[in-house]
Design a binder for this molecule. Structure first.
Ligand SMILES: Nc1ncnc2c1ncn2[C@@H]1O[C@H](COP(=O)(O)OP(=O)(O)OP(=O)(O)O)[C@@H](O)[C@H]1O
Ligand SMILES: Nc1ncnc2c1ncn2[C@@H]1O[C@H](COP(=O)(O)OP(=O)(O)OP(=O)(O)O)[C@@H](O)[C@H]1O
Ligand SMILES: [Mg+2]
Ligand SMILES: [Mg+2]
Lengths: 252, 252
């Protein structure tokens, strides 16, 4: 039974793509078959794995010019495959709005390949627009990366409201699988204060695993590698392996 | 003669809002009359100054329900005023597309108040959608905050292409006032490598001032204060004062 997880937060730069790539690689290292779908026109998920976003990409799939199968690419890891995206995806936001059932286009496209994977990860753009709604409609759960800083914390309320709206109108199964604290710098009071506030407000919904601020995570994509392949001993790699194990062990 | 500067980069979390608030405050401290317009539905520019985004906000201005004058709010600093925004702004993206001249709505709204300010700063969302296009059509120049990391560097090409398209179709005066290196951590090779690459590729277009990674910049908005008011001696405050002086001294 495949589990589809959207990695979403409209706040920019909180570690969505870094989590999509490295959680995907960690699950693949633990022999789960993983598909990573880049739902962001920036195309950073594919770029971070050194994959050129030549068509067919997610854009061609959403407008019906290619099947999802045709857009799937292998990566350097046996159990990790990816559907890339590119700037053309911005066009889909405009083109398919208003078409009947546009919110479920991604969901129906994924149904054709569901049997081949244990986990499907959807990397969302920094917005609550149509592409994120498509991803939330297609997902079973939402993993919310949360940078331990003020603006990121303030934005959580609006994200949870959007998730609730999608639950009510499009996808009653949708739930938050967990909030992941990212870029945690234990030397600062700010990180400690925000982490404490999040665990109080959202008790029971925050992953035990915390991803520390670790420059290896920022260096790895420039080599086209997940951090596991770039520097397995780094705190960043260890954190995403721990997260993968926590997710496999728990109900999430 | 007012100068309107859009602070834009579709990459999320690179310091757009932090630059809008703190450059605005630094220019105000140097006795320039500054208007800060929040063009991002996240509403972080107002939030970082402790201002509640009650209507009328930018949304009411763009759909014609309020004048810009009615939406302008004072801040704690004499020479700094702000037009807040909120989640309703997402509605404007959908509502005014297709209306005649929708790309110039912000530009014509700003014309009514231009005489009262020396500088108008437009804080853009992490996207190249309609709100960013409105801001680029309204601006004389674009300041591009660039985090010294791989994904941010890769996204520059697409941003410059968008700026060129707006130049050709909507606003021939538009030019890049400069690229601002942000969150620079001199301890990492990554920051040094990216900074060197940017200065080579975009020689002559990069500000001398570099904004270091400085936790005071991340703490200040939780107190509703620009960093100048929160901790004037901090490296973050000194960097934005230096940037303000560099901008006033140069042609930019
Ligand atoms: N734990 C971490 N420690 C250090 N750097 C990190 C960490 N996580 C992510 N980064 C770096 O921070 C930047 C932002 O991360 P990333 O691009 O993954 O965020 P995002 O939420 O996907 O951004 P966007 O909103 O633009 O999609 C990137 O340069 C990334 O390499
Ligand atoms: N130089 C810096 N040093 C340390 N922290 C910083 C610095 N600049 C910004 N920050 C913090 O990093 C985070 C991202 O910055 P900010 O929100 O200003 O970026 P943005 O580009 O406006 O993001 P978005 O794409 O979501 O609009 C914020 O929590 C901010 O407080
Ligand atoms: Mg991303
Ligand atoms: Mg911002």
């Amino acid at each position: 039974m495949v589990r589809t997880i959207a990695i979403a937060n409209q706040k920019g730069g909180v570690g969505k793509t870094t989590t999509a790539i490295n959680l995907g690689a960690a699950l693949a290292a633990l022999e789960r078959r993983v598909l990573l779908v880049d739902c962001d026109a920036q195309g950073n998920a594919a770029r971070g794995l050194g994959i050129d976003p030549e068509p067919p990409t997610l854009y061609e799939v959403l407008i019906g010019e290619a099947t999802l199968n045709q857009a799937v690419r292998p990566t350097l890891m046996a159990c990790l495959e990816i559907v890339p995206s590119s700037r053309t995806l911005v066009g889909a936001e405009v083109e398919f709005v208003g078409l009947d059932g546009w919110q479920r286009r991604l969901r129906s496209a994924l149904e054709h390949v569901a049997g081949r994977y244990d986990t499907i990860l959807l990397d969302c753009p920094p917005s609550l627009g149509h592409l994120t709604v498509n991803a939330l409609a297609a997902a079973d759960g939402v993993l919310v990366p949360l940078q331990c800083e003020y603006f990121a914390l303030e934005g959580i309320k609006e994200l949870l409201q959007t998730i609730q709206r999608v639950q009510q109108n499009l996808n009653p199964e949708l739930h938050v699988t967990g909030i992941l604290l990212t870029m945690y710098d234990e030397r600062t009071n700010l990180a400690r204060d925000v982490a404490r506030e999040v665990r109080t407000h959202f008790s029971g919904q925050v992953y035990d695993t915390i991803v520390p601020r670790n420059v290896r995570l920022a260096e790895a994509p420039s080599h086209g590698l997940p951090v596991l392949n770039y520097d397995i001993r780094s705190r960043g790699a260890q954190a995403y392996l721990a997260l993968a194990r926590e997710m496999l062990a728990g109900a999430v």
